[in-house]
Structure formats: C-alpha cells, structure tokens
Design a protein around this ligand. Structure first.
Ligand SMILES: [Zn+2]
Length: 324
C-alpha cells in the first residue's frame, strides 16, 4: 500500500479497517510489499565460533578493532541465511564499555566502522538487504537502575545516531529495559529521520513486563507522540516473548517483532556484562522454529535472533532451509 502511506507514516485512506490500518503502519521503504521480515541473529557467540575473542568488558567493540573482516563475513553469513535486515555490530560502542579500555574517544569511529562493514557485506552480496543501525543501552544491559538521566543520555544517544551515518535504513533501539530508557533512545532515533524500531527486553517469565517491572500498556502510552514504526522484543527467553506478543497485540496495530535469546532464564539482578550465563541446550533450530511459528501465529511479522541464536537458526526461520 505504498501509495496510501505518506512518508511520515500517516494513513491517507479515508475509511480505515483494522487490517488496512495495519498496512498503513508499515513503512513502505522497509516492507516493500513483504508481509514478513527476517532479522539476523547474535554477533557475540557467532563471532566466538569463528575464532574471534569476545571479551565481556567490550565485546563487540573488540571484534570491530581486532577482526573487522570476520564481522563483515558474519554479516554475509546472515544475508546468505535469508536475513532481510542485518544490524550494525556497535552494541558495545558506548562510553560505558569503551572507558574500560580508555578508548571512549573512539566511539564515533567504531560506530561508523560498524555501519561500513554492514554496508560492504550487503554490497558484496549483491542483495537488497537492509541495515538496521543499533542504539544500545548506555548503561549495563538489563539494569533499569543504571539508566542515566536525559541530560547525560541524550547527547550520547545523538552522537551514536549520527555516527551510524545516513547509510543505514532504519534505527533499532535494542534491549530497552525501562520506559525512561526506551523514550530517550527512541527520541534520539527519531531525530535521524529514519524509521524507528523499538526493541524491549522483558523479564524472563510470562508477566509481559519490562525488566524494570513496568507494563507494556504503560510503555506504549509513554511513547505517545513518537512515531514507532515497529515494536519488538529482544534479549529474553522465547516464552517471555510469547507472553509479550499476546499483550502487545492488544495495544498496537503497528508491526510486532521478536528476537529471543538462547540463554537459560537469568537470575534477577544479573546483567548481560557479567557473562557466565548458560545456554538452553535444547534451543536448537527445530525448537527455535517452533517458537518463531508461534510468534507469527500470534501476529508477529518480524523474526530474528539475539544472544546465542546463529546463522543456522536464521536459515531455518527464513524458510530458506525448506526450499533446499
Ligand atoms: Zn540478547
């Protein structure tokens, strides 16, 4: 329905049915008439499996510095696996991580490098894969108590958003653990003029609440006035996401997406940077495909993978495996 949607996402159809309203909420430059989009999977574990050291203190930033060719190669793996969208590898290019090595001044350089590597992978593939530029948490992931105030966060988010450059197709705010964090990050994303996707991380149970304990109803209400092109859940268990989709479906007509972890449920107070978490050994490609199908049946139209989900999982959920 591209001709019925203005670029600002406002629907111009006179009589709007529920399904038509949903189509009007689908940004035509991203969806290009498709009814489902596949994202990529994890970088951390997948880089490790390619022999790249991924230290927990600055993990993805280290890969950019030490093995940019492997980062590009992993992007290419995901494109071959059927990803319609790959995400820049700048998750840890924030002062929170970089200061541990005394390299905060390299934030913009490394962020821009992450976009360049993704773009090179797309160009070398000859595909029309899109690139999502990541706006990560600025403090410890999963730690809503570590979210800083707007005066501190806004300038950093803006610097990262600018360093992602105009060479991205959309901005994805990832692993947002509280309303305050989601709102500040989405505002910086919106300033780029690109479509904004907002990915929330949920407690690893069936409560459908952010890790802050805040509800999805309050979260959606708090984003009022901001144009969120898609709502996603990431970096939590598949079952937590299933509960989240059921609730979110009652709150928005915009596209909904999911990219889960293969971690076992994490203890309360644990943060992503601590490491040492165990993986759910049974979350192989068959089990992940079952979750992905359930999410789609519940109305999710964007599917990918987060920590521990690799190219094999994406290959399966993209449907490419079935065609071979
Ligand atoms: Zn994750």
């Amino acid at each position: 329905m591209p001709d019925q949607v203005r670029h600002d996402g406002v629907c111009e159809v006179g009589f709007v049915t529920t399904s038509k309203f949903k189509e009007c909420n689908m940004n035509p430059t991203i969806w290009q008439g498709r009814d489902r989009l596949i994202l990529d999977g994890s970088m951390g574990l997948s880089l490790k499996s390619k022999g790249v050291e991924v230290p927990t203190d600055i993990w993805s930033a280290h890969a950019l510095m030490a093995a940019p060719d492997v980062v590009r190669e992993l992007h290419a793996d995901y494109i071959r696996a059927g990803a319609d969208i790959i995400t820049t590898n700048n998750y840890s290019c924030t002062p929170y991580y970089l200061k541990r090595r005394g390299i905060e001044d390299r934030m913009e350089e490394l962020t821009t490098l992450s976009t360049r590597l993704a773009r090179e992978a797309v160009e070398q593939s000859g595909s029309n894969t899109l690139i999502a530029g990541a706006l990560p948490p600025l403090g410890g992931s999963y730690d809503p108590g570590d979210v800083q105030d707007a005066a501190t966060s806004n300038p950093i988010n803006r610097r990262i958003a600018k360093a992602l450059t105009d060479d991205i197709d959309l901005v994805i705010c990832e692993t947002m653990s509280s309303i305050a964090e989601a709102r500040m990050t989405a505002e910086a994303a919106a300033e780029t003029g690109k479509p904004v996707w907002l990915a929330l991380t949920l407690t690893d149970d069936d409560s459908a609440t952010l890790r802050s304990g805040e509800t999805l109803a309050d979260t959606v209400a708090a984003m009022k006035g901001l144009e969120i092109d898609a709502w996603l859940f990431n970096c939590c268990t598949p079952d937590a996401i299933t509960a989240g989709i059921k609730t979110l479906k009652t709150l928005t007509d915009s596209p909904i997406g999911a990219y889960a972890n293969a971690f076992n449920p994490v203890p309360e107070g644990w943060t992503l940077e601590e490491g040492g978490i165990t993986y759910d050994e049974i979350l192989g490609v068959d089990a992940y495909e079952t979750h992905a199908k359930a999410w789609q049946d519940l109305g999710a139209s964007i599917i990918g993978g987060c920590c521990g989900i690799g190219p094999d999982h994406i290959h399966r959920v993209s449907g490419m495996a079935a065609q071979e």
